[in-house]
Design a protein around this ligand. Structure first.
Ligand code: GUN
Length: 302
């Protein structure tokens, strides 16, 4: 029996808890957490993602707003806007949607966000703290949203994160958004972590050894059913649009889902697995950032 991990339901639970906490914070301090999502240019998938983030923020009582800027904006103008948002006390979280137009250096942009408002967790200070972590992340550490969402799904699958101790975990993909922070989190919980990537030899063999598999490479159905260890837990981060013979298309993950079912102990579906958790974790980070900023200003006790 394979457990299908319902990310939509788990994310709805998390959002419900956040809505209660946001309402309580507002009642006790008068402060509404503020989130600004900057979208530069017209990338259609990015537009869909930022609209989802804005809507989800509003549903839990966070003042989420998209700021659209032209693809032609100069790097200096974007840095100037970030400096204003860093100074704005009504804004507690700032996110610059990636990818950026080619003339803008993402490293420079991400490093210009106040690390205390860095709800994506991509600032080098936050990434560095995560890389050194042993044990659960402290409340004030902003951890990247997709890896945090994967961790919550693993907690659900395993009945607690202590079960990660000593487990062989394989992370497929070495991106700074998912693969690397995911590996750091698994390591913090004492898993034995391997990171595989496009140059890894004998990928199928690596997968078969894994008790925990996180697939985040962006290649539809790359991981086949016979690559998976019986009884393993599989978290599929892939979001790949594939064309169907009838001219329509659908979204699939990096794992051949139908082949995996029956083989593994638990797996996330695509869609409806990691995606909703990523958005819910962004809201969680926004509330964490807001609380930390209020505590620093003496408005609430930390
Ligand atoms: N593009 C794809 N995923 C992400 C993400 O998690 N954050 C941002 N800012 N951009 C992305």
């Amino acid at each position: 029996m394979t457990k299908i991990l319902d990310g939509r339901a788990l994310a709805a639970q998390l959002r419900a808890r956040l809505a209660t906490e946001v309402a309580r914070l507002r009642a006790s301090t008068g402060v509404v957490p503020g989130l600004r999502v900057l979208l530069i240019g017209e990338h259609p998938a990015s537009l869909a993602y930022v609209r989802t983030k804005e809507r989800a923020a509003r549903e839990v009582g966070i003042d989420g707003r998209i700021e659209r800027l032209p693809a032609t904006i100069e790097e200096g103008a974007l840095l100037a806007r970030l400096a204003e948002l860093n100074e704005d006390p009504s804004v507690h979280g700032v996110l610059v949607q990636l990818p950026l137009p080619a003339h803008i250096d993402p490293e420079r942009i991400l490093a210009a966000i106040d690390p205390r408002k860095d709800v994506d967790g991509f600032h080098p200070l936050n990434a560095g703290r995560l890389a050194q972590l042993l044990g659960p992340p402290p409340d004030d550490l902003l951890v990247p949203c997709t890896p945090r969402g994967c961790l919550l799904l693993l907690e659900e699958a395993l009945g607690g994160l202590q079960a990660l101790r000593g487990k062989r975990a394989l992370v497929l993909g070495r991106s700074t958004i998912v693969g690397r922070p995911m590996a750091a989190l698994l390591l913090a919980y004492d898993a034995t972590v391997t990171i595989a990537h496009s140059r890894t030899r004998e990928l199928a063999h690596e997968c078969r050894r894994a008790e925990i598999l996180i697939a985040a490479v962006g290649r539809a159905g790359l991981v086949r059913g016979d690559w998976l260890a019986p009884g393993s837990v599989v978290i599929d981060v892939g979001i790949n649009r594939v064309a169907l013979p009838d001219g329509t298309s659908r979204i699939v993950g990096d794992v051949a889902f139908e082949e995996a079912v029956g083989q593994v102990a638990a797996i996330t579906p695509v869609p409806g697995g990691v995606g909703p958790m990523t958005v819910a974790c962004l809201l969680d980070n926004t509330l964490r950032a807001c609380r930390a900023q209020l505590a620093r200003n003496g408005r609430i006790r930390s």
